[in-house]
Design a protein around this ligand. Structure first.
Ligand SMILES: Nc1ncnc2c1ncn2[C@@H]1O[C@H](COP(=O)(O)OP(=O)(O)O)[C@@H](O)[C@H]1O
Ligand SMILES: [Mg+2]
Length: 236
């Protein structure tokens, strides 16, 4: 198992309340990690730290052969790690324009951007919705547009915050198909959920967040990939 990125000693308190105290978080390359934890356990907080949106009180980041503090790591992680909000924000514009947004922001040439958008729509089976107003889409369709918009920026790690929480079975199926495809393309994925069985068939690892501490659990479907990240919790 190759490691894409590793975070050590992530600590953060919010309003003087300790929220996270994670000894070690290893994200394997090209794999999908499921993180469960009840509401309020700190899943979103962790994702924001990992994607460069929220500064923790402490962490070190090991990435691309470098060991950095969070501030030094921020430009790398902001480029390579994309955080997808639970309710993706789409602009009041067409689906195609929404998907093109990140490319324009990065100064991509117009015709190159257009081709990339068309390809991306095709990849996500969203071509028929290209000119539809994004505001009119269903929750599942919005999530797929947000995934496509993220993919077009070639992230190395996608963090999905409770992506299937408000989806019906068909939308869940379509989303997991896209996630499976992203995995095949070499994107690492981490999915948070307050339920255990969201998209567990595409997950290779299962982490559980409780009282600010992360432990590794066995995946029902795959018991080979088990490592205990916080052994002290198991030796009470
Ligand atoms: N800006 C903030 N100020 C104070 N407390 C916060 C803030 N953001 C989140 N929290 C608290 O941190 C804890 C973890 O929140 P969160 O990361 O959103 O959990 P989850 O995503 O697992 O539901 C909760 O107790 C929440 O109330
Ligand atoms: Mg959350």
């Amino acid at each position: 198992m190759n490691t894409l990125i590793q975070f050590n000693n992530i600590r953060i308190s919010l309003s003087r309340k300790p929220i996270l105290n994670i000894e070690k978080l290893i994200i394997p390359s090209h794999q999908c990690t499921l993180m469960t934890g009840r509401n309020g356990s700190g899943k979103t907080t962790l994702f924001k730290i990992m994607s460069g949106l929220l500064k923790p009180d402490h962490t070190t980041v090991e990435y691309q052969g470098l060991t950095m503090d969070w501030k030094q790591a921020k430009p790398y992680i902001q480029k390579d790690i994309i955080y997808l909000h639970q309710q993706p924000y789409l602009f009041d514009a067409s689906v195609a324009e929404n998907i093109a947004y990140g490319l324009h922001r990065n100064g991509e040439n117009k015709s190159v951007a257009h081709n990339k958008v068309m390809q991306a729509l095709d990849w996500a089976n969203l071509s028929h919705l290209a000119h539809r107003s994004a505001k009119q889409l269903s929750g599942g369709e919005k999530q797929r547009v947000a995934l496509t918009r993220a993919r077009i920026l070639s992230p190395r790690l996608l963090l999905l915050d409770e992506p299937t929480a408000s989806m019906d079975i068909e939308a869940k199926k379509q989303t997991s198909e896209l996630l499976q495809r992203l995995k095949t393309e070499g994107v690492s994925i981490m999915i948070s959920s307050h339920e255990t069985h969201t998209v567990d068939h595409i997950a290779d690892h299962h982490l559980h967040l409780e009282e600010g501490v992360l432990t590794s659990l066995e995946l029902k479907s795959n018991t080979d990939n088990v490592t205990v990240l916080n052994p002290s919790r198991h030796t009470k």
